[in-house]
Design a protein around this ligand. Structure first.
Ligand code: PAN
Ligand code: ZN
Length: 187
């Protein structure tokens, strides 16, 4: 290997580019089980993008003690009175933590422990969020512009989406009187 190597993966501050970037989109049609207002959901185009993730996986998934890097872009919007948000997950290896940093936009990080105790942290440009292991996490765009944040997580963390898809979070973030409100999920 040459002494000096120029990385081919570049993070411009908002865009992640390079040959090894993994990109995924989550659309309305992929998110049927996370939004509570099913009638509002059915009235929206299934192909409408809710969020996108660009990730850099420098080591194979499952590698012990490696790290992954990802940028999430949540579009502004609502389904009924519920803001656009990510699916949310626990890590498959429950004790694995994660770090988020907000790049642009405004939002909320919803955090729920294994006893279903839920609270939220405000996200704003520069806000840093340490997510302990054993905590389910979901992000919500509460603004009128795109919410962009970076994430770094262990390459052996894995994602458990099933628990959230069947049980949900105990609280949901809705717009109430023009403002975000974290309310009990009674559904
Ligand atoms: C993030 C999330 C990303 C998308 O990179 O995977 O924001 O959210 P969902 O995975 O819940 O759809 C992360 O937490 N990785 O572990
Ligand atoms: Zn995670």
């Amino acid at each position: 290997m040459a002494d000096i190597v120029v990385p081919s993966v570049i993070f411009s501050g908002t865009e992640l580019t390079g040959p090894a970037i993994d990109r995924l989109s989550r659309r309305i049609g992929d998110l049927n089980d996370i939004f509570h207002d099913k009638a509002a959901l059915a009235a929206m185009p299934a192909a409408q993008t809710v969020y996108e993730v660009a990730s850099y996986f420098p080591v194979p998934d499952g590698t012990e003690a490696g790290l992954f890097f990802g940028i999430t872009y949540i579009h502004p919007g609502k389904v009924g009175n519920e803001y656009f948000m990510t699916k949310g997950h626990f890590h498959k290896l429950r004790d694995r933590g994660e770090m988020y940093m907000t790049i642009e936009g405004e939002g909320m990080l919803i955090l729920m422990d294994e006893n279903r105790q839920t609270h939220a942290e405000k996200m704003y440009p520069g806000s840093l969020h340490y997510i302990n292991g054993h905590i389910a996490h979901r992000t919500v765009n509460t603004g009128n512009t795109i919410l962009t944040f970076s994430a770094v997580w262990p390459s052996d963390a894995g994602h458990d989406y099933d628990t959230i898809s069947t049980e949900g979070f105990s609280k949901i973030l809705i717009e109430k009187d023009g403002k975000p409100a974290l309310v009990e999920n009674n559904l």
